[in-house]
Design a protein around this ligand. Structure first.
Ligand SMILES: Cc1cc2nc3c(=O)[nH]c(=O)nc-3n(C[C@H](O)[C@H](O)[C@H](O)COP(=O)(O)O)c2cc1C
Length: 313
């Protein structure tokens, strides 16, 4: 069972991927990349979002709505050196779907068919191509079509998130549908990766047991919890979990994460960006006391004071 880490805008940046890499997931992804901006040589896209130390085991996910733009962006990402390229067909954010990208691509079956045909023609045969879809969007409710298309073009994997575009992140990921899709005929070379509501190792194993998966893609479950990768591996391989991080391990990981953020984005941004990870990192130690301490840490702007307070938790 392969363990992938999903692209997550605002989370799977260079710094957090450096933390995640220590837990050896099979594949990680950058935050989603705007095809249009990549083609325009946008500096933030090139220098920040695509910053990466391992272009073989870390993939790029691209979103866009226009075929030519998407093809050019994929070719550019390949030229930069990335070997795993994924098309975003799931993002539900209004500013993305308004332009016809993300999950709004789902009903455009002919466009996707033509796009994949062209990508397969133009990309190196060793470059791995994949799709990340949701199970529905407005009038579209035939995700099985994309299993067929992914198979037809010899894609590396299709990742299916069991929510519709309209659901955003609400309600449950429908694992009955994901499971049904996973049993549709596909060639051995096409991996089926399940996604949605995978938060804790035991719960993940229970969720996926009735599906025919080659792997899972972890998303919100790994925010502040990179240990989930190890725990899931242990449970799948040995039937039990032995890695439970203690408070010191968590503190040291947070401090490392802050160090990477400072190196990469400077002290001011580091101080802001670590905030959204703090409660998730300490979620198993949230007594009233630590909760209060975390609230105070989050309000501190000075990164040195923040670091000192984390050490003192
Ligand atoms: C903050 C946030 C950012 C996300 N960014 C992306 C993204 O850039 N590309 C993408 O395909 N999915 C993105 N997703 C969706 C996740 O990859 C995943 O499909 C979704 O969260 C379902 O998995 P989960 O329920 O286990 O979190 C994002 C989700 C969240 C919560």
């Amino acid at each position: 069972m392969k363990i992938y880490i999903s692209p997550m805008a605002g989370y799977t940046d260079y710094s957090y991927r450096k933390i995640l890499k220590k837990f050896n997931p099979d594949l990680l992804f950058t935050e989603m990349i705007n095809a249009h901006l990549l083609n325009k040589n946008d500096k933030i896209t090139e220098n920040e979002l695509l910053k990466c130390d391992d272009k073989i085991n870390e993939g790029v996910q691209i979103f866009g709505h226009d075929k030519e733009n998407i093809v050019n962006a994929f070719l550019k990402a390949e030229k930069i050196g990335f070997k795993n390229l994924n098309l975003n067909m799931g993002c539900p954010q209004p500013k993305i779907i308004k332009k016809g990208a993300g999950s709004a691509l789902l009903p455009k079956i002919e466009l996707i068919d033509n796009l994949l045909y062209e990508l397969k023609e133009k990309l190196d045969s060793k470059t791995k191509l994949s799709l990340k879809i949701r199970i529905g969007y407005r009038s579209f409710s035939s995700p099985e079509l994309y299993i067929k298309i992914a198979d037809k073009y010899g894609l590396d994997f299709i990742c299916v998130h069991g929510r519709t575009g309209e659901q955003f992140y609400k309600g449950n990921s429908d694992w009955n549908i994901v499971s049904r899709l996973s049993y549709l005929p596909r060639s051995e070379t096409l991996d089926f990766i399940g996604n949605g509501d995978l938060f804790e190792a035991e719960q993940i194993v229970n969720t996926i047991t009735s599906s025919n998966l080659n792997g899972v893609m972890l998303s919100r479950g790994i925010i502040g919890n990179p240990w989930l990768v190890t725990q899931l591996k242990e449970l799948l391989e040995t039937g039990k979990i032995s890695s439970f991080p203690d408070l010191n391990t968590i503190k040291n990981t947070v401090l490392k994460h802050i160090e990477y953020l400072i190196e990469n984005k400077g002290k001011i941004i580091a101080s802001l960006e670590i905030n959204k990870f703090l409660k998730p990192y300490f979620k198993n130690f949230l007594s009233e006391d630590t909760n209060q301490k975390l609230k105070e840490i989050i309000t501190k702007k000075d990164i040195n004071k923040k670091i000192q307070s984390i050490i003192n938790i």
